[in-house]
Design a protein around this ligand. Structure first.
Ligand SMILES: [Zn+2]
Ligand SMILES: [Zn+2]
Length: 345
């Protein structure tokens, strides 16, 4: 089968690899019909993830049709059109029962080497093996397009998790730092959750224009405080969500948040350590937390909001490619020429 393959630091190719087979009774094999390309894939290609060996198939966002199920799969069958969470979880342990699937001891993340569990081949391929299919996969409802389903599997679940973790309340002033796909979907999620105002902070003008066209107040990093000051009489934002995944950007959140405000980081941080202004956090009684999307837990509520039109995440998708054009599309994504690209098979 054809797949997008990691060939060593900074290099990918599209080539033939062995088609995956069932390895466990709880597995399913999915024929992929659409796969997302994500900022996380750029980390994988750059060699930031341990255990990412040449020959690994990349990608973790996908929709497709089930072509094989193991004997232990009980809720899905061959022929089902399914969406997937970007990571797997057993569905039975106490973490999963509590809705904390990301903390499941058997979690694996597609296409990212050994960074987040046992290595698992990615989904930018004609076929993908899906462990714990009953919990990892979900039938795509008629009211949800495949493009929306791709986003529920990762980027929208990530943005919504940040808003949920921040406890965004009606009327809150929410600052979102970063205007990539996750930042924009965080902005839409905060608006759907009733935020009074969302200030999206982003250096790129086209990304600021996009945010402004989709309900946010857009500001460059230099203008961010002025915008928040005006909205809050100088108090600071109730919530600041950092959606970039860089220590320096995270530090910027402390200058924008109000006393007793909440900071949530939803960017994937590669730095093992980063200083925080401890005395400032203590005196101002800040709440600092981190969020990773949990599509398995969040997809029922996200799908309801999509079916009623409260949220349309597909606005971020601005490019559709095939196996012949995907390598060049990765370069465009890296150069921020596109916000969200999907591979259509
Ligand atoms: Zn992703
Ligand atoms: Zn579990």
């Amino acid at each position: 089968m054809r797949a997008v393959v990691y060939e060593g630091q900074g290099r990918i190719s599209v080539r033939e690899v062995e088609r995956p087979r069932l390895a466990h009774p709880a597995d399913a094999i999915v024929r992929v019909t659409m796969a997302g390309i994500c900022g996380t894939d750029l980390h994988a290609i750059a060699g930031h993830f341990e255990g990412m060996v040449p020959g690994s198939v990349i990608g973790h966002e996908f929709v497709g049709d089930i072509v094989e199920v193991g004997a232990g799969v009980t809720t899905l069958k061959v022929g089902d059109h399914v969406m997937a969470s970007d990571f797997t979880a057993c569905g039975h342990c106490h973490q999963c029962a509590r809705g904390d699937h990301w903390q499941c001891g058997e979690r694996s993340f597609f296409g990212t080497g050994a960074a987040f569990g046992e290595p698992l081949a990615g989904s930018q391929a004609e076929y993908v093996r899906v462990p714990f299919a009953d919990s990892t996969l979900h039938r795509v409802p008629k009211s949800c397009s495949d493009e929306a389903a791709i986003l529920v599997g990762d980027n929208l679940a990530t943005g919504w998790a940040a808003v949920e973790r921040a406890g965004v309340a009606p009327g809150d002033v929410v600052a979102v730092i970063g205007g990539g796909a996750v930042g924009q979907l965080t902005s839409l999620s905060a608006q759907a959750a009733g935020a009074g105002a969302v200030v999206l902070i982003e250096p790129s003008l086209p990304r600021r224009q996009f945010a402004a066209a989709h309900g946010a107040i857009a500001a460059s990093p230099d203008d961010a405080w002025a915008a928040i000051e005006e909205l809050t009489d100088g108090e600071g934002a109730d919530v600041v969500i950092e959606a970039v995944g860089a220590g320096k950007v995270f530090s910027g959140a402390f200058d924008l948040v109000r006393r007793r405000g909440r900071i949530v980081s939803v960017g994937a941080h590669p730095s093992p350590e980063w200083p925080i202004p401890l005395a400032n956090c203590f005196t101002r009684e800040l709440t600092i937390s981190f969020a990773i999307g949990d599509s398995i837990r969040l997809r029922p509520q996200l799908l309801r909001m999509i079916s009623t039109g409260i949220l349309d995440p597909t606005v971020v998708i601005d490019k559709r490619v095939n196996f012949d054009t995907i390598v060049a599309a990765y370069d465009d994504l890296k150069a921020q020429k596109n916000m969200k690209t999907v591979l259509v098979l």
